[in-house]
Design a protein around this ligand. Structure first.
Ligand SMILES: [Zn+2]
Ligand SMILES: [Zn+2]
Length: 249
């Protein structure tokens, strides 16, 4: 039986130094419920350390939580990597951590808080999560694919940290599952310094999520998936329009 799932798969927590410190898992789930979201994706910069806590709270509150990471390639391109299982997600995190150097300066970039399922601060990450990894875009996308994850190029209509802003094009053969448009894409008609971009021309399925760094932005932009259940396999089927599944933005 197919049904519509309202999904915002690009949400940061207080682990991302640039996110508001109120982005605690419990409050994120609360906000997701207020906005009638069925699925949220937790994608902090280069880390997944608040995923399990959010999944536990989501389970209690009947919101599906897909764990992910917003990885930064050496070209400074942001890629969303989402996984069904935390085992695969943490394998991906390990690969990212091996290729991410430096320490966070809290005074410059902000704190990186780790929160438990009771919404209590249990620690903080000392890694430079805001930095770029030494992994190429190709390597990141191939790794996500080999671990069975979903890879989405983040906010392609933004003038920083997007595949289009950094490279100007999408390399041939890159096995992305979708391209993400930022919440403002409709109003701004997706322009780069006044030059219009037409995301349809790239030939990939399009999705839009909030990239929320503040509670008020959760669900500001979302995608509806017509599918059977909240899983990566079903999302992939919806993106490729298989077996009656589809995507609506
Ligand atoms: Zn980003
Ligand atoms: Zn983001």
């Amino acid at each position: 039986m197919l049904r519509e799932f309202k999904a915002d798969l690009h949400i940061h927590t207080s682990l991302s130094p640039c996110a508001d410190e109120e982005m605690f898992p419990g409050r994120i789930i609360e906000q997701a419920k207020m906005n009638n979201l069925d699925i949220v994706g937790i994608c902090d910069h280069n880390s997944a350390e608040n995923v399990i806590a959010t999944q536990k709270i989501g389970q209690r509150e009947d919101i599906a939580v897909i764990g992910g990471i917003e990885a930064t390639s050496q070209e400074e391109v942001h890629i969303l990597a989402l996984f069904d299982s935390v085992q695969e997600l943490f394998k991906f995190q390990e690969i990212i951590y091996e290729k991410l150097s430096g320490f966070n300066d809290e005074k410059v970039f902000g704190r990186q808080l780790i929160i438990n399922e009771n919404d209590e601060v249990t620690g903080s990450s000392s890694r430079l999560l805001i930095g770029a990894t030494y992994l190429s875009l190709q390597e990141i996308v191939q790794t996500i694919c080999s671990l069975g994850g979903l890879s989405i190029a983040s906010h392609i209509d933004r003038e920083s940290f997007s595949i289009i802003s950094q490279l100007g094009f999408i390399p041939e053969g890159l096995i992305l599952d979708a391209l993400e448009l930022s919440p403002n894409y409709k109003q701004r008609t997706s322009s780069f310094s006044g030059m219009r971009i037409n995301p349809e021309l790239y030939g990939f399925p399009l999705v839009t999520f909030s990239d929320a760094h503040f509670l008020r932005d959760i669900g500001k932009s979302f995608t509806i998936f017509l599918m059977k259940e909240a899983s990566i396999g079903e999302i992939k089927k919806a993106l490729s329009g298989e077996d009656g599944r589809k995507v609506m933005i």
